[in-house]
Design a protein. Sequence first.
Length: 295
Amino acid sequence: MAQTFNDIRFDVDGVTITALTKGRSGDDKPVIAALHGGTYTARYFDVDGSGHGSFMDVAADAGYQVISFDRPGYGGSTPLDPPVNTFERHAQLLNDAIGQAAGDRPVLLVGHSIGGMIALMVAGRPNGFRLIGASVTGMGAVIRAGGAAHALASLPADATVDLPYDQRDLVMFGPEGTFSAEGVAQAHGAYAPVPVRELIAAPQWADDILPGLAPRIQVPVHNALAEYDALWDSTPANVATFAGLLTAAPFVEASIARSVGHSIDHHILGHALHLRQLAFAQECQLWARRQDQGN
């Protein structure tokens, strides 16, 4: 069932970070910290594309607190000046905001697209909270050559652009029959203007950042790439390449999400992804418990 959400905010180094939250985590369950991708706000995770509820609804109904953060420059979060609006700075600020939100409770990171990149950057750095795993979707090891990601990166570097809905929909959704009109309408309510510097940095991330970052991640990782992703190359070989880079993770699951486009959550089969993410959360809980017990 749809849950009502609350708005919360955090102060980090004089920067305001806003967030939406739903649900309450039981004693044995982590807080889920969710990071949206480019052109979306925190409401990305509150879009019901399947008719079974949004990710925030499904997770809250399963007994988790979900906190979906607005990255800097989105929603009510403070915009950063273009020269310092980097993924590394986002990771620093969000790392601290997540720590404030979680306190002494364990955390599962969930990130989509650029939010997935930043989630892994948070996972690969010292944390002010107890991280037990990361589920990242809509990003991987190889950007599709000559695709939409490179076209978007050609816009003026210091601009912030509000792309028309129809242009975004072509990138975010799969073919007819994989999404509903209601899901698309809800997604439009989560769209937001995007700093072009993000769109320029994103296609370079897999080559420039991932190879050095991946071996530093020491928690379980789940990854899903869309079968019809317009930005990332989701061939089985490339999915396996991504998993193979995570040499220090205790276990990795990387797979192709069938019959969906880039914004997997907003498709009819988005619910299948959400169920898989909650199953992964349970696996991470048991792994963390065994680590505490020295097993």
